[in-house]
Every structure is written in structure tokens, then in C-alpha cells.
Ligand binder design. Structure first.
Ligand code: LER
Ligand code: MN
Length: 272
């Protein structure tokens, strides 16, 4: 298993992004501390210089496992489940342009908050569910064409009202049935929604593509009370070979968090 930090040019105080600032600094920090990659969160793909970031990744020998896309949903209110077709089209267009960037950086693209909510009107829920799945299918076609993997994320009930558990996301993934679509398991959301974290991960065998690893309090692993060893053992048992990305709060500060997180996880991974 490979380990990544998360980075963004800027993010709100409450956002679970480990490093905020220039990509040069993010890649230098990740390389210095022995990470394998940098997960980049972006509102627009053109917010970064793609050639410069590609060079940084090559120079430091780091991968970019996925591009986080939730900022566009949060800041612009665009989503696959929106009842307005023009807004759905903007969400699809944004993901397709993230896919183009991902293809250049050999990265994946996360489909999390941009999948969207169903809302409280029972008459609209089925329509919105179908609309969101159709948008996802359209993005999958573009991803297949570009050779990019999309990671569909299960997100807890306080942020989303569909695809809340891994099983629900797996059901959607199987309905869409694209070779370019994999599951993203985030231990912060799982700690709220799942009955048994290792059991849920084992059911995702063969479908899991990416992991957001944080402790119970959304700090780096080792700063809370999640049984991180049990999570890593389950991932080992399903032969997960992707990235564990620390989508965490930068506490007590970004450098200490990055240092503590990788030390803790490498130590647990070295145990039988
Ligand atoms: C996105 O990956 C996620 O986990 C959300 O909770 C971010 O707010
Ligand atoms: Mn996440």
C-alpha cells in the first residue's frame, strides 16, 4: 500500500486537507517525509499548471493518486443530482475536464460531494437518483476514453443523503457497470455509518480503488481512537494495493501531522 498527503492551493479552516499552499511545497514536503504521492484538491483543473505539476511529480518520484473535486460542489453548488439539467451539465463538464487533467497526470478523479443530494421531496427523489446515475455514466464514458479511473466515494449522512455506506456505493457502481469506476472508502465516513469497518472493506474486495485514511476525529491516523490496525489488516486481506491518502485536518500543524501520520501507519504496516 502507498501513502499520500492531500494538498490544495487554498481550503477553508474546517476542510480536511493536510497541506494548503503552493504545489512545489506540497510535493517537497511529501518527498522529504517519505510519502508516495500527493492527492490534489481543485475547484477548476486550470487552477494548477499541469506541466509544472507533472514535472514536480517526476522530479520527486511521487504519484498523484486522484484529484479531489468536492470544492466545485461546495463553492458553486453544482451536482449530478440537481433538478436543473443546466447545473447537471456543468457538473459533468467539470468532471470531464478534471478527467482530461487526470489523464495528463496519470491520476484518478474522485466523485464525492459532486454526486449530490436527493433532498426531502419524496416525489423528486427517484428522478434525482436516476439523473445522478446518468451523469456518472456520461463521465465514465469519457474516463474510459481517456484511460482514467473514477473513484466513487461513500459519504456520511451529515454531508450526503445517498451513497452513505460502502454497500450503497457498491450497488451504484455495479449498476453503472463501467471498468473505469472503482470505490473510494473514507474511514471518517465509515466510522459514522458502517457497522463493522473491516467487514465492509472485505465486502469491497476487487472493487476498492482508493482509501481516505483518517482517525475518528479526522486527524491523521494515531491521533484518535479508530482501530487503524484493524482497517489496515482488512485492506491487506483483500490485497488492496492502492493509496491511503490522509484527507485530514492539519492538526496540530501540517508538518507535525504529516510526520506523525506516516510514522504511525508505516509502523502498523510493519507489524504482522
Ligand atoms: C471528500 O472526500 C470527503 O470526504 C468530504 O467529507 C469532504 O468534505
Ligand atoms: Mn473523503
Amino acid at each position: 500500500m502507498k501513502i499520500a498527503i492531500t494538498a490544495a492551493l487554498d481550503a477553508g479552516r474546517e476542510a480536511p486537507i493536510l497541506f494548503r499552499g503552493e504545489m512545489e511545497e506540497a510535493f517537497a514536503l511529501a518527498a522529504e517525509l517519505g510519502y508516495d504521492g500527493v492527492e490534489i484538491h481543485l475547484q477548476h483543473p486550470q487552477d494548477i499548471d499541469r506541466i509544472g505539476v507533472g514535472e514536480l511529480a517526476r522530479r520527486h518520484g511521487l504519484g498523484v493518486p486522484t484529484l479531489g473535486t468536492g470544492m466545485a460542489a461546495g463553492r458553486e453548488g453544482i451536482a449530478f443530482s440537481d433538478s436543473d439539467p443546466a447545473i447537471r451539465a456543468r457538473a459533468v463538464q467539470r468532471i470531464c475536464s478534471q478527467i482530461d487533467l487526470a489523464s495528463f497526470l496519470h491520476s484518478g478523479v474522485t466523485i464525492g460531494l459532486i454526486y449530490g443530494r436527493l433532498g426531502s421531496d419524496p416525489a423528486m427523489r427517484e428522478e434525482k437518483r436516476e439523473a445522478a446515475a446518468d451523469c456518472l455514466k456520461e463521465c465514465c464514458r469519457h474516463a474510459e476514453h481517456r484511460g482514467v479511473t473514477l473513484f466513487l466515494e461513500a459519504i456520511n449522512r451529515y454531508e450526503m443523503d445517498q451513497l452513505v455506506t460502502l454497500d450503497e456505493a457498491i450497488e451504484c457502481l455495479q449498476k453503472v457497470g463501467s471498468g473505469s469506476l472503482k470505490l473510494l472508502a473514507d474511514t471518517f465516513h465509515m466510522n459514522i455509518e458502517e457497522v463493522d469497518l473491516p467487514g465492509s472493506l472485505r465486502r469491497a474486495a476487487g472493487l476498492l480503488g482508493h482509501v481516505h485514511l483518517s482517525d475518528s476525529n479526522r486527524q491523521v491516523p494515531g491521533h484518535g481512537h479508530l482501530d487503524v490496525k484493524a482497517v489496515l489488516d482488512a485492506l491487506r486481506s483483500i490485497r488492496f494495493e492502492g493509496y491511503l491518502a490522509f484527507e485530514v485536518l492539519p492538526l496540530p500543524d501540517p508538518v507535525s501531522a504529516a510526520r506523525d501520520g506516516i510514522a504511525h501507519v508505516r509502523h502498523l504496516l510493519s507489524m504482522p
